[in-house]
Design a protein around this ligand. Structure first.
Ligand code: ZN
Length: 236
């Protein structure tokens, strides 16, 4: 029986939903974020806001929410070439992947998460990767996660589980999952506090939260919200 988890927590909608699910399941939950030289620091700033509001507004989760960790990864910025880390515009690459793809990023994140879980005695690593996402990032695939689980468990000589609650659901179902876990209070927190926009826009308030409304990340979040808010199961 697993009782402890480490959640890869970026401050976005997906990882906040994963964190809520971990808090409803596990007795001790710690969080991990990465400063990898992303162009927009707002995502890192919102992590603390989300954690603070979860502690304040969800009394049954607060005692389970343990230490937050932030690790620095300069190497990804040094490698360059991604619109998430460099001053280049969003575009599709010749291989069909968007240039928001940071090669190796999730592999490094999971390796460091494994090392931290080892140090902290945590049994499960939770990550919000999703294979049904629009981008087709190869390091978000279910097979990649299973391979990493095996590599970490062997390389650390300790059984680690990688849990991916969002792997097979779409963005509307991610909103529905948050609704089921924390009701309107969690939906409101995710709308107000989590950050998704690739351009780092926190000035335009849309029905689904802050963002430019036109970048691929905003479009994906908006489409999911429209299907969620328009469905009969929504508490909106
Ligand atoms: Zn945007």
């Amino acid at each position: 029986m697993h009782t402890t988890a480490l959640v890869l927590f970026s401050g976005g909608q997906d990882s906040t939903t994963c964190l809520a699910q971990a808090l409803s399941k596990y007795e001790r939950v710690e969080t991990l974020g990465f400063d990898y030289g992303q162009r927009h620091r707002v995502e890192l700033d919102m992590r603390g806001v989300v954690l603070g509001h979860l502690r304040e507004r969800f009394a049954h989760w607060a005692p389970r929410l343990g230490q937050d960790h932030l690790l620095t990864l300069d190497a990804l910025h040094q490698l360059g070439g991604s619109s998430l880390t460099d001053e280049v515009a969003f575009a599709m690459q010749a291989d069909g992947l968007p240039n928001t793809f940071v090669p190796g990023r999730n592999l490094l994140f999971l390796t460091l998460a494994g090392a931290l879980a080892y140090r902290r005695g945590l049994q499960v690593i939770v990550t919000g990767v999703c294979e049904t996402d629009f981008s087709g990032y190869p390091d978000c695939r279910d097979d990649t996660m299973k391979a990493m689980q095996l590599a970490l468990s062997l390389g650390l000589e300790r059984r680690l589980l990688i849990e991916t609650p969002l792997m097979w659901i779409d963005k509307a179902d991610t909103w529905r999952l948050a609704d089921a876990l924390g009701g309107q209070a969690l939906i409101d927190l995710i709308v107000e506090d989590t950050h998704t926009c690739y351009l780092g826009d926190r000035t335009h308030r849309q029905a689904w939260g802050y963002g430019c409304g036109t970048c691929p990340a905003c479009e994906l979040r908006a489409r999911g919200w429209a299907r969620y808010a328009g469905s009969p199961t929504s508490s909106r």
